[in-house]
Ligand binder design. Sequence first.
Ligand code: AMP
Length: 312
Amino acid sequence: MLIIRTVAELRAHVRGLRAKGHIIGLVPTMGALHDGHVSLIAASSLRATSTIVSLFVNPRQFGDASDLAGYPRTEEDDAARAQAAGAAVLFAPSVGEVYPDGYSAEVRISGPLTERLEGAHRGPEHFHGVTTVVTKLLNMVAPDVVFFGAKDAQQVLVVRRLVRDLNLPVDVVALPTVREADGLALSSRNVRLSSADRRRAVAIPRAIAAVVEAYRAGELDVPALTARATAVLADAGLTAEYVAIADPATLEPRAVVDGPALLALAVPVGPVRLIDNTLLSPVLADSPVPALSGAGRTGGYVQQVPQSPEKG
Ligand code: AMP
């Protein structure tokens, strides 16, 4: 696997791949790769003939300087994981390569998609940073297909809107959230949890599971559903920044779950802010649990989260 650090070298390499007729997949990451990233790289390796993994901790999407400073950086391990998962290139540019002196452009999606949920709590600048860097990466790599994780559900909606509104010539593929055995969504930030906080963090998938369980039992009232999540979190001493049930396309808040809805939450656990989500869907509500529970560690639907006490 090649490690490339400059846009010029990347472009030259991609030109060569294109000349050979390759289909190019891009997996944008901020590094500290885990099995969630690996699932995206593996999916790209199936669909594309060359997979490029970008590794760039994008300063423009961090409102919180300490979050940026503390963000884990493990490039050597990342290179090994990306290669093992089938990547052909790791593109790891410096901040100066991406944002040269005098850099002044910004790509924004304005309106509710960037203002609700994460936008309301981290500020819409977070998504402006995301759309700016994603546009730049798409221009640098010019992939046929780009892969994102449903764990960042709002990010997927924002990127799909970006691609639609700017007619960017790329397919956007979103893949299910990969979880630990106890249900916690894998995140690069999990390594910053103390062992006590790691144990408390399992309340997040359990809170989601409690909402799903109530929903499947017929509860459709949003305040009643979100109260289930809040109670499970409170039992673990956690307070959510938000627990929201919203339209899965527009993120408009719902009062009643009378169609598919996105349940999304953000929860500070010690010094780390974790997010998670699942889709509440009438179809899934009628599905037998066993049909959904044997799918291993991946799953965008929290029915796969074990509800028994944490092991070990
Ligand atoms: P990040 O490095 O956190 O910016 O994430 C890079 C990509 O990996 C994004 O598209 C994320 O949504 C995705 N991702 C992060 N965590 C997971 C996970 N647990 N399962 C699947 N994809 C994930």
